[in-house]
Structures are given as structure tokens and as C-alpha cells.
Design a binder for this molecule. Structure first.
Ligand SMILES: Nc1ncnc2c1ncn2[C@@H]1O[C@H](COP(=O)(O)OP(=O)(O)O)[C@@H](O)[C@H]1O
Ligand SMILES: [Mg+2]
Length: 248
């Protein structure tokens, strides 16, 4: 379980980006962080990854604190960034090996993890070429493959469908779903309702730098996520007979 408690964050001292942000990602669940562009999704994910300093609040994964036990914490997590800034002078294969080395994954274990992913995303033919020659989508596929090398307890993805073709987006959706079979969890950000509606067990709405609503799949039996989103984000009521239960 990832627990994010009362996180606040500023890039510049007088401009708060996140204020008392609190939510959790239970084991075996897929959680979507849904919100408009610029609302603080990437910032939230970077804080969870330890890529930005925590100024206020706490973050723990499987009861392990990011601040107190950063190495143990980081062994349990991995991340697909939205930037695709891979090491451009490495070949695809060198990059995959570099990430596996960082996580101290043995040669045997890494090939067991990488081989089916390389096949599923059909990137075999790019592995001996430098990353600087790759398209945006191919970089994204290599980033996705490398991020599973440590079989992370929590897999974090920032706007993961961006730039993927239809086949690869389907592969990614299957991979996301398959994580939960082993009790692993997934947290991804998106500004796209349909992706969250299809994939997520829990959707966390982020608005003005804080969590304004948490909904589960049960909430979309009577109403579409779009209806719920309009109510939460634009404050348009769904009608007097409808109320969304808070799960937290
Ligand atoms: N490095 C930075 N320095 C200053 N402001 C930033 C930086 N990165 C992001 N921001 C600002 O923080 C806010 C949240 O950004 P971000 O977390 O990227 O939002 P989202 O991922 O939801 O689109 C935005 O207003 C953005 O302009
Ligand atoms: Mg973002």
C-alpha cells in the first residue's frame, strides 16, 4: 500500500502547487490520478518517486518511509516518466541493461522479464540502434519495458498512453491489469476520462492541487465517469437523488 499523507509542495515560495494532498493506493489495485493539465499530477508522481524533495507530509510504501529508508523504498517502485528523456547515445539494449544494473537484477532474471515485453511491444529490431534515432513511441515502449525490471510493488506511469499506437496501448493496458494478479499495484496520471474509466479500480480527482473526490468502479454503475467528473470538477450537480459515497 502506498500512503501519501498531507503533502504540500511549492516550486516557488509564494505559489503553492499541492496543498495537504492525501490518498492511498491499496495493494492489488489500479489507481488513476485524474485532473486537468497543470493541476499537479506530474509533481505528485515525482514526489512519490523521490525526484522532488518532500517539504511537508509523509509518503510510505509497504510501511517503508521514502524519507527515512529511501533505498528500500526505491527498490519497491518504478516509473515511466512523461518526458522520454532516455540516454540518447545508448542503444536500446544498452539502456535496458543499464536500468537492470541499477536495480541489481541478474542477467538471467532480466532476460526473463525483458524477453516477453520486447516481443509484446515488437521492439526487437530497434535494440541495437541508438535511442536518439527512435520515435517518441519507441522511446515510450523502451521506457515501459525497463520500468518493469525490478517487478515493482508500485508501478507509476505519467500519462502513459501518450504517443503509443493502438496495438501498443492495448499491450500496455494488459500489462497494467496483469500487475494486480500478483497483488502489485499501479498508479497512473491521466487527463483522459475513458482511460481511467476502463482501467481503474479507484479514481482520485485532483483539482487546485488537492484531492477533491475518490471514486471506485461501483460509482459508475448508474453514472458515467464523465457525469461524475462534471459534478466534481465543474460543480455541476447530477440531480438530487444522486450522491457519490466517499470511500476514504
Ligand atoms: N520545474 C517547475 N518549476 C516551476 N513550476 C513548475 C515546474 N514544473 C511544473 N510547474 C508548475 O506546477 C504546476 C503543476 O504542474 P504539473 O505537475 O506538471 O501538472 P500536470 O502534470 O497535472 O499537468 C503547473 O502550474 C506547472 O506550470
Ligand atoms: Mg503532467
Amino acid at each position: 500500500m502506498l500512503e501519501v499523507s498531507n503533502i504540500s509542495f511549492y516550486y516557488q515560495s509564494n505559489v503553492p502547487i499541492l496543498t495537504n494532498l492525501t490518498f492511498s493506493v491499496p495493494n492489488g489495485k489500479i489507481v488513476g490520478l485524474l485532473g486537468k493539465n497543470g493541476v499537479g499530477k506530474t509533481t505528485t508522481l515525482k514526489l512519490i518517486l523521490g525526484l522532488l524533495p518532500i517539504e511537508k507530509g509523509t509518503i510510505t510504501l509497504q510501511d517503508c518511509s521514502l524519507v527515512k529508508h529511501p533505498i528500500q523504498y526505491k527498490q519497491k517502485i518504478n516509473y515511466v516518466s512523461d518526458s522520454h528523456e532516455l540516454y540518447n547515445n545508448l542503444t536500446g539494449k544498452e539502456y535496458l541493461n543499464f536500468i537492470a544494473d541499477m536495480y541489481e537484477v541478474s542477467a538471467q532474471e532480466r532476460s526473463k522479464i525483458y524477453a516477453p515485453l520486447i516481443q509484446a511491444f515488437q521492439v526487437e529490431k530497434y535494440l541495437n540502434q541508438p535511442i536518439k534515432n527512435f520515435s517518441h513511441g519507441t522511446k515510450q515502449k523502451i521506457a515501459i519495458i525497463s520500468s518493469l525490471v525490478n517487478d515493482p510493488q508500485l508501478w507509476v506511469l505519467d500519462e502513459p498512453m501518450t504517443g503509443l499506437d493502438i496495438e501498443s496501448a492495448q499491450v500496455l493496458k494488459k500489462l497494467i491489469k496483469a500487475r494486480t494478479d500478483k497483488g502489485k499495484s499501479v498508479l497512473f496520471s491521466s487527463h483522459i476520462l475513458e482511460i481511467c474509466e476502463k482501467l481503474c479500480d479507484i479514481i482520485v480527482f485532483i483539482q487546485k492541487g488537492t484531492i477533491t473526490k475518490t471514486v471506485t468502479q461501483n460509482n459508475f454503475i448508474d453514472f458515467s465517469l464523465e457525469d461524475i467528473y462534471m459534478e466534481v470538477v465543474n460543480d455541476e450537480p447530477l440531480g438530487k437523488d444522486f450522491s457519490i459515497k466517499q470511500d476514504n
